[in-house]
Design a binder for this molecule. Structure first.
Ligand SMILES: [Zn+2]
Length: 401
């Protein structure tokens, strides 16, 4: 029961204090087994922080009791507004975690006059609750990708659900090895893994290996985004080499400022870039030939039938191999090696484009980049599940949105 409410002065700060008392003759509840038990004695008063009001911090003050439980012995009682030794009430933790999705954790701490550490504790509690109570049934499509972490020195493997209308982070693990992804499948379990029909990933060998082994029935789709990225890298290489070569041989610097004209899709070029490109196309440069091969490859995505896409790939790779341009030949070999997986994209009727995994992964990158303060893996894990896990929250009488 709520008793007296009053303003107090503490450490130069005005606070609101709400006294809470147990109903007379009420039995306390054992925090160990959640059964009611006779009272043993009283402990010191404890303060539990509640949602701030009008800019004042609010505390519930309660004299904790101990119980003499027949099963567990002498234990501290369980209270309905907080767990264990926590100083924050469940409601306040949910409140902080809610805002920590919209603002940086530091901003939340400042806005509600609390510390970064307490915001972390709140998010951690909500995430752990969410992970325990989430439903992982009915997942038929997953995307596997990686993000760099620790200033790019380390990697995290991310597994997303990418079913239509249900996208979220379902698992993450350290590194990007065979062992990492095997750990996911061990966690996910065999019955659920058998329900997976589509897997979308990049060309990272360890992933391909594990996916092949663990999702035999599923259609494995290579992510379009990652194929395009390989092209861009190849074009960059060709251009940089040719630029240097022309310079040392004393030619006009034709390729100066040409990087984006050659990388961007033609329809997205700005007027000035388009002019530069038209100019370049008049020369028989390796960079230009590589560019034309890349542009040509884009037609692939317009195909509907896997058989015709297959024919196109055969023609394209033959031409690319004859181009005598090293980096482009490398791409062609890569395409040949993964041709069946690329074609799966058409078999899946383009249902799972790179967009979904790309979008989730970008959000993950932003979260880790803004992760000022998350030095440990545990911290990053909590932040990522909070931002991307779409986790359920504990039932509350109050909604914050
Ligand atoms: Zn007990």
């Amino acid at each position: 029961m709520y008793d007296k409410v009053r303003f107090i002065e503490k450490g130069g700060e005005k606070q609101i204090e709400i006294k809470v008392v147990a109903r007379r003759n009420s039995q306390a509840i054992c925090s160990c087994c959640s059964r009611s038990a006779p009272r043993y004695d009283r402990l010191k008063e404890r303060r539990f922080e509640f949602i701030p009001l009008w800019g004042y911090r609010v505390f519930l003050v309660y004299l904790m009791r101990r119980v003499q439980c027949s099963g567990c012995g002498i234990k501290v009682e369980e209270v309905p507004w907080a767990r264990g030794k926590r100083e924050l009430t469940d409601t306040y933790m949910q409140f902080l975690a809610y805002w920590a999705k919209k603002l940086s954790w530091q901003e939340v701490a400042v806005s509600f006059r609390t510390s970064w550490k307490k915001v972390f504790q709140a998010v951690e509690y909500i995430v752990q609750w969410g992970l325990r109570h989430r439903d992982l049934s009915g997942i038929t499509a997953i995307g596997v990708d990686e993000i760099a972490w620790h200033k790019g020195h380390k990697y995290l493997t991310m597994v997303y659900q990418i079913d239509a209308g249900a996208t979220r982070l379902i698992w993450m693990g350290k590194d990007r090895t065979v062992k990492t992804l095997l750990r996911f499948f061990r966690f996910f379990g065999r019955p659920r893994s058998q329900g997976i029909q589509y897997v979308c990933s990049d060309m990272w060998k360890p992933y391909i290996k594990v996916i092949k082994k663990k999702t035999v029935e599923a259609l494995h789709i290579l992510d379009r985004f990652h194929i395009v990225a390989k092209f861009n890298k190849a074009i960059d290489e060709v251009r940089a080499l040719e630029y240097r070569q022309m310079k040392t041989e004393g030619y006009e610097p034709l390729l100066k400022h040409s990087r984006w004209c050659l990388l961007k899709r033609r329809e997205r070029l700005a007027e000035k870039q388009e002019a530069k490109l038209s100019d370049l196309l008049r020369y028989n440069l390796r960079s230009v030939r590589a560019y034309l091969l890349k542009e040509d490859f884009n037609q692939l995505w317009e195909y509907v039938s896997p058989a015709w896409a297959d024919k196109f790939l055969n023609r394209w790779t033959t031409r690319a191999m004859r181009s005598k341009i090293g980096p482009i030949k490398k791409v062609a070999k890569m395409v040949r090696r993964h041709q069946p997986l690329i074609l799966n994209w058409f078999k899946a009727k383009k249902a799972f484009s790179s967009g979904v995994v790309e979008g989730l992964n970008n959000k993950a990158k932003v979260t880790t980049r803004n992760s000022y303060g998350f030095r440990t893996y545990h911290g990053v894990e909590i932040a990522l599940y909070h931002a991307l896990g779409n986790l359920p929250t504990p039932p509350m009488s109050h909604k914050f949105c």
